[in-house]
Write a protein that binds this ligand. Structure first.
Ligand SMILES: *Cc1c(COP(=O)(O)O)cnc(C)c1O
Length: 389
């Protein structure tokens, strides 16, 4: 994908969707390309390269170009979900390949790796990615082909040192792929820190309005491995609808404003709650007391993200009561939307989950910070008087 001949700041690139307009109508918004099939030219070729929409669609191109610009990549691909994007990274490997993945990661991908990917022949090893020595020991030169990391890591927000992981991976000729969903393309650019592939659940901050399921991969270079990723998408038809791609681009045009507000709100709430009597621990990369703070401060800029978790005094019952008692915070799964969400993760993730039973995951939206805080405070007070006794 050719880079534009000019260099936009991310705010300008996003607001103007790279300055694209509809050449055929001079519309300031691009059309949705709904055709599933395209006519051949007189010489039997496809004049615009468009063939059949299971493989590719012109409505993806502006989104992919924008992601390339934001992530400093050579090529990008949209997928029908974040999981479709993530699993393509593993399906482009060979059975027998050894893969390192984190103990703290998006739960559905961990389950897929330990289930489907292992049955299919990948050798999956889960390691503590905050322990560089442990990662080095786990590497098998010649066999390890991929290190997969997620930072901040859902749902306890552990921070992984991207540059250090890239060095370790490259020392044995392996690749580094980063699930950067919660860092967004605005707060961290993993490819610039040495990673080979970046993945986003576009369902989250990229779209930002809880109304599109989509995913994306961005590659540092065009090579044989990336061609296999392209073939995974094409072969399985793991593509979003053109309508969703169009709506995603619309959502992305305000991402810088939404992410800025979500970071402000999360930072404010984390600071206000960290010494609260009803809270055992606030997990947020932007608190200097948090284990990953120093690395987060080094590799993130513009904020520490909109995600935090809290451990509620009084155990699981008190935590669930807080989630049930909030009014502004909507009790639902997912993250990265304009509305704030709260969820008891242990009930979702099941017994293999690394998250404590008294933990709630919070996705800060863009509402008024004081109103969000007051809502949590009244819910905590309810749990104190009605559940803990
Ligand atoms: C949601 C999420 C995914 C999966 O994305 P979907 O779009 O739901 O398939 C992967 N990684 C992280 C960190 C996520 O939050």
């Amino acid at each position: 994908m050719p880079k534009p001949p000019y260099s936009f700041s991310s705010a300008t690139a996003l607001a103007q969707a790279l300055g694209s307009i509809d050449e055929s109508t001079q519309g300031v918004v691009l059309p949705i390309h709904v055709a599933t099939t395209y006519i051949r030219g007189a010489d039997n070729s496809y004049p615009n390269g468009n063939v059949y929409s299971r493989a590719d669609n012109p409505s993806y191109k502006p989104v992919e170009a924008l992601l390339c610009q934001l992530e400093n990549g050579a090529d990008a691909l949209l997928f029908g979900s974040g999981m479709a994007a993530a699993t393509a990274v593993f399906q482009a490997l060979q059975p027998g390949d050894h893969v390192l993945a984190p103990k703290v990661m998006y739960w559905a991908l961990r389950n897929w790796l330990l289930g489907f990917a292992s049955d299919w022949g990948l050798q999956i090893e889960l390691v503590d990615m905050t322990d560089l020595g442990a990662v080095q020991l786990a590497l098998q030169p010649g066999k390890t082909k991929l290190i997969w990391i997620e930072t901040p890591g859902n749902p306890t927000w552990t921070i992984t040192d991207i540059a250090a992981m890239a060095k370790l991976a490259h020392s044995i000729g392996a690749r580094l792929a980063v699930d950067s969903t919660c860092a967004t393309p605005l707060l961290t650019q993993p490819l610039s820190l040495g990673a080979d592939v970046v993945m986003h659940s576009a369902t989250k901050y990229l779209n930002g309005h809880s109304d599109v399921i989509a995913g994306a991969l961005i590659s540092a270079r065009m090579d044989d491995y990336w061609q296999r990723v392209i073939n995974v998408r094409k072969g399985g038809g793991a593509v979003p609808s053109p309508h969703d791609a169009h709506q995603l681009l619309r959502g992305m045009r305000t991402m810088h404003l939404r992410v800025r507000e979500a970071c402000h709100n999360a930072q404010f709430i984390a600071e206000q709650l960290q010494h609260h009597d009803d809270i055992i621990e606030v997990m947020y990369p932007g608190l200097p007391s948090f284990a990953g703070y120093a690395i987060a401060a080094k590799q993130m800029s513009g904020g520490f993200g909109g995600m935090l978790s809290i451990r509620v005094a009084g155990g699981e019952a008190a935590a669930i009561a807080v989630a049930a008692q909030t009014k502004l915070w909507k009790r639902a799964t997912s993250l990265g939307g304009v509305e704030s969400l709260i969820e008891h993760r242990a009930s979702v993730e099941g017994p293999a989950s690394p998250c404590p039973a008294d933990m709630l995951r919070l996705s800060a939206g863009i509402e008024d910070a004081n109103e969000l805080l007051a809502d949590l405070q009244q819910a905590l007070a309810f749990a104190r008087t009605h559940v803990r006794k």
